[in-house]
Design a protein around this ligand. Sequence first.
Ligand code: KIV
Length: 251
Amino acid sequence: MEDFRARKSRGERITALTAYDYPTARLLDESGIDIILVGDSLGMVVLGYTDTTQVTFEEMLHHTRAAARGVKRALLVGDLSIGTYDTPESAVEHARQLVAAGAQAVKLEGGASHVAQIEAVVRAGIPLMAHIGMLPQSVRAEGGYKVKGRSEAEARSLLADAEAVENAGAFAVVLEIVAAETARQITARIGIPTIGIGSGDGCDGQILVTHDLIGLYPWFTPKFVSPEVHVADEIRRAARIFAERTLSGIR
Ligand code: KIV
């Protein structure tokens, strides 16, 4: 974990992507990605739920085990799904289960409001990545995926969150859909790396949902993502060719 801090101080960027299964985790690991997150975005891009509030912890464990089998080199982070870290005791108990499933670190959503949980998990010897800004587990309460940190008051509150999670012992913090200038200020202010998603290029690293990066969830692509490839189109093309060959009797 100290390596990530050192990399920030050397100005070296950190790369992070999500994986929920063995082949994807192995491919990302072989590609040199630093952090592989078994995110609860699993619920949307793999399990077909409308948001991450429907993901169960059993599903997180199942997919963490699968991804762990594919990772040799990267840091594998498991996401604490909604309802698993309402108290410090619950956070530690569920973090231990993610570690038993193969994660080397865990992530939870929340800033100053979750200092007790972060401290407890770190005290239990489990490295923790925090997540502030837009919090997908609160999307229903918030009424959508909205940019955070545009107003001065919101920027101040996010800065306080970032300092709180650093002081609580987090080794890095995800900044999700935070106004670029606010993300830049937070990055300059704290000693742990900021890993941005939709938060501009002033963060210490970047994370994306792999399905968005490779165009494997074409029904919704966040505004801040430009897919590098369009895997969904390739799957449809291959399936059509297979169907045509089968129907015409050509093997
Ligand atoms: O669940 C997830 O994939 C995440 C990333 C988007 C940061 O939390």
